[in-house]
Design a protein around this ligand. Sequence first.
Ligand code: SAM
Length: 278
Amino acid sequence: MASIDGLPPLREVIRAHDLVAKKQLGQNFLLDLNLTARIARSAGDLTGADVLEVGPGPGGLTRGLLAEGARHVVVVEKDPRALPALDEIAAHYPGRLTVLMGDALALDVAAHLTPPVKVVANLPYNVGTELLIRWLSPPAWPPFWQSLTLMFQKEVAERIVARPGDDAYGRLALLAQWRAEPRIVMTLPPEAFTPAPKVHSAVVHLTRLEAPRYPADGAVLSRITAMAFNQRRKMLRSSLKGLGPDIEQKLLAAGIPPTARAEEIGLAQFCALARSLA
Ligand code: SAM
């Protein structure tokens, strides 16, 4: 396969460093460097930006990001077996790649990044949703990142971009769309990965909004959407009754019929309800 950077093909890298994929680390590698360069391009212009990549593995996407001109790439990888391969990439791009070994859920990477920051990652499926929720729910807004370009299982990607009435509509859509603009920019079949997962995947690009789309307290919004979608087919006056005896009045004050169901209610109305309860 044609190389984008003069470094060895990824199959050779994997063989040389004995990087047999481990299921428990969510390892499904992208070995086509033209594809990883395409994913890097879907994050927009990288030339003046720092990029955070979680889970570089043998470095296919990392190489795409560097070849596409990212100013500086910071990678966080849990599997120490990947370190020699990543060190080779760092040597090929002097001063442009910082390799941090550890768990992305535990490490604080902000100190290594200079704005503007773009996050680009083919995430391990077992931690992908948790990382997304963390990136969408920092204590202060705007967050450290300007955009997130992330690979998910297609079913999760659909939950992020879903609209009221869609089967996939729920808390993740509301959380993502309240303070960001998410869209699916690419879908990939299982065969794009080695080993091939059971499901299709999709890349979601989220651009942050400078301020929330509608005013609301994040903690209240999070609580009411959790309660409402926990029993998504129940009427809201019943699924939200734990919020107080006057929940019907609060719903009406927010312009929501108390007999409506969570799956029919849009972001503007959930934010109005959060305000009337705050
Ligand atoms: N970016 C590579 C690619 O596209 O071929 C590998 C993607 S693979 C789906 C996920 C990667 O995340 C693996 O390299 C795995 O070791 C790493 N990983 C899994 N859990 C992690 C965690 N908690 N923190 C950091 N990296 C993790």
